[in-house]
Design a protein around this ligand. Structure first.
Ligand code: WT7
Length: 658
């Protein structure tokens, strides 16, 4: 279990012992509990018959154009189907039906641009925009089943594009705008995308920041599948234009008809692919389908955030490039008919109070953000949020990485006026929706713990052999039963799907996280136990960054570890062995950081690159990252007895002293 403990040590400085001695508890106020959407009896109801429970949720929360008669089919594990004989249109559920129900004038999106420009879309207006985009994409030849790559900033057109794809039954594949041209190309190729939707660019810290050049670079080499590129004019900068391929959004979507009737797609029709980092170099295209995904995202959004759609203003700060921006920006809030805020920029632009200014301005009542942001706000000081009226806030959510109790307490006290429940939500790109979280009107919340599997979700912590561990013990987080929003596979690679998630423990989904049951039976997430790092809630693969480093001619070998970082959770530290004359190059570290930025994207740039003469390897040639992690985190190096050459760690220490 040494890897699990190492991962735990990676959490923002909280020693494992302290974590597990947490005995502060915050029960919901009587008032909150009385008005809560979901009550405690939901657990027993779900336990009695999981598939039936999800079937009931699905019928209640969604409008099916053809009702399903079957719930779960698990006769061919690990391939599940949910609600298989039903038909449903995701965009109709997110849009038209709210207008038909008389809620067309309700605000769907308050958009706040990074330079301060704003736009408001009611449900009626957003429905029209999506119908136009649907017609425009269809006239470019996009049909059901085609893949559409999306490389956009956090602007309403991102949500409009995704919903237009869903309406057609085309499969969207969003690539985060911070990824490089190379990363974009490999994702376009893997999914064989027919259309790319992008923008001239966005804004960062008040200045234009380009996006289209990366698309042009990605498509510069022949042999790709892309026929058209639709370009949103966002920052107004000049762009390179490929006649016949490129189309302005305003010319295609802008002029399209507002009439479009949605048809239902089979429940198991693919909704999207989203690439995420795994333990090997090649990103995995996580595949999600329609009916089950919509059911669980809508249910969890309502239950975990206690959503009252008529009165709440929901703000999830995640970018649409990550799964959180799919499930809790694009789909669930709109399916549930909520009003939400969408923000294009960073928390410190043009000043460190920007988030709180937005909360005050739109009277945000539910805020969902990441621990790395919370720790940054702590660093900036509580006098900054104190300048704003945050009294609209009644619930706070956290996602993306373990939240240390200190940050949890600060979040509740400073942002939540010491009364807003904090819900720490554990889930993954693969799970599609929240899996572990307190229910805000039910659970007495415990700082730092995601606590309880949601109703209808069967989570466990097991040892090396797959046996459940008792309370007070740690091991590996697994999911024992299929769940509606589970990934249906890895795009084009069923074998990798089985190997990655279903082969470590018999009949269980292996999440890749270490976890612990505490004495009360609450779950604590302890970080990844595999070669995946979590930097500011972004998932990065050690091997992917190593491959990027060794693709540079000056690098002979590279090893990457995630080192504990007070603000970002983990940070990327690389150890490299240089080739020949590169050793004399004073700028080599900068060169290599930029090279990684070019190969993968700025988010993957190592914080530190250490040039070393050797790397610690076992006799079978496997790099012992555990030892490098000790070095990167400034600890005494642990047991090095299995090294092929036991002088290596001394050589490394010696070279770092120089
Ligand atoms: C990994 C999944 C879920 C959307 C954002 C990240 C870590 C996520 C928590 C949490 C502890 C968490 C896990 C997980 N993680 N939420 N509340 N507490 N760890 O999605 O990029 O697929 O990453 O993020 O390690 O495996 P992702």
């Amino acid at each position: 279990m040494s890897e699990v403990t190492t991962a735990a040590a990676g959490q923002a400085g909280d020693a494992l012992e302290n974590l597990l001695k947490e005995n502060r508890k915050f029960a919901p106020s009587a008032e909150f509990a009385a008005n809560a959407i979901v009550h405690g009896d939901e657990y027993a109801k779900a336990d009695a018959d999981r598939p039936a429970f999800w079937g009931e949720q699905s019928r209640e929360l969604l409008s099916w154009s053809k009702p399903f008669t079957k719930t779960l089919d698990w006769s061919n594990p690990p391939f599940a189907t949910w609600f298989e004989d039903g038909e449903i249109n995701a965009a109709y559920n997110a849009l038209d039906r709210h207008v038909e129900a008389g809620n067309g004038d309700r605000v769907a999106i308050y958009f706040e641009g990074e330079p301060g420009d704003t736009r408001t879309y009611t449900y009626a207006q957003l429905t029209e925009e999506v119908k136009k985009a649907t017609n425009a994409f269809e006239s470019l030849g996009v049909i059901k089943g085609d893949r559409v790559a999306v490389y956009l900033p956090m602007i309403p057109e991102a949500v409009i594009t995704l919903l237009a794809c869903a309406r057609i039954g085309a499969i969207h594949s969003v690539v985060f705008g911070g990824y490089s041209a190379d990363a974009l190309r490999s994702r376009i190729d893997d999914a064989e995308a027919k259309l790319v939707v992008t923008a001239d660019g966005t804004f960062r810290r008040g200045k234009p920041s380009p996006l289209k050049p990366a698309v042009d670079e990605a498509l510069s080499a022949p042999g790709h599948s892309v026929q058209n590129v639709v370009v949103v004019k966002r920052n107004g900068e000049d762009v390179n234009w490929v006649e016949g391929r490129d189309v302005w959004w305003d010319d295609s979507v802008g002029t399209a008809s507002t009439e479009h009737t949605a048809v239902g797609h089979p429940a198991e029709h693919p909704l999207f692919i989203l690439y995420t980092s795994g333990t090997t170099g090649k990103p995995k295209g996580i595949l999600h389908t329609t009916g089950g995904y919509l059911t669980q995202t809508a249910y969890t959004h309502r239950a975990v955030f206690d959503l009252h759609p008529e009165t709440d203003v929901f703000w999830c700060t995640a970018d649409v490039g990550w799964v959180t921006g799919h499930s809790y920006v694009t789909y669930a809030p709109l399916i549930n008919g909520a009003t939400q805020v969408m923000y294009e920029g960073t928390p410190d632009s043009p000043h460190q109070g920007r988030f709180w200014e937005i909360v005050e301005k739109y009277k945000v009542s539910i805020l969902y953000t990441a621990p790395t942001a919370i720790r940054t706000f702590m660093k900036w000081g509580e006098d900054i949020p104190a300048k704003y009226d945050l009294s609209s806030i009644r619930l706070l959510g956290s996602v993306g990485e373990p939240i240390n109790p200190e940050a949890w307490m600060w979040y509740r006290r400073v942002i939540g006026a010491d009364k807003a429940p904090v819900v720490d939500t554990w889930w993954q790109t693969e799970t599609g929706a929240i899996m572990i979280a307190p229910l805000p009107g039910v659970t007495a919340a415990k700082p730092g713990s995601a606590q309880v599997p949601l109703p209808g979700i069967a989570v466990d912590v097991v040892d090396e052999l797959g046996a459940s561990v008792p309370n007070g013990h740690g091991g590996y987080l697994v999911i024992r039963e299929p769940w509606p929003a589970m990934l249906r596979g890895i795009w084009g690679d069923n074998e990798r799907y089985q190997d990655t998630y279903w082969s470590r423990f018999d009949g269980m989904y292996f999440a890749g996280d270490g976890a612990k049951w505490d004495e009360d039976g609450d779950v604590w997430l302890l970080g990844r136990v595999d070669d995946v790092m979590n930097v500011s809630g972004h998932r990065l693969s050690t091997t992917e960054i190593e491959s990027a480093l060794v693709s540079h001619p000056s690098v002979a070998e590279a090893a990457v570890v995630g080192a504990a970082d007070e603000t970002t959770g983990q940070s990327v530290v690389a150890f490299v062995i240089l080739r020949g004359s590169a050793v004399e190059d004073a700028d080599i570290v900068t060169t290599l950081r930029n090279h990684v930025g070019h190969e993968i994207g700025p988010i993957a740039k190592p914080r530190t690159i250490l040039v070393v003469p050797e790397l610690p390897k076992t006799r079978s040639g496997k790099i012992m990252r555990r030892l490098l992690k000790d070095v990167a985190e400034g600890r005494t190096v642990g047991d090095a007895s299995t090294l092929a050459d036991n002088t290596v760690m001394n050589q490394i220490a010696e070279s770092l002293r120089k």
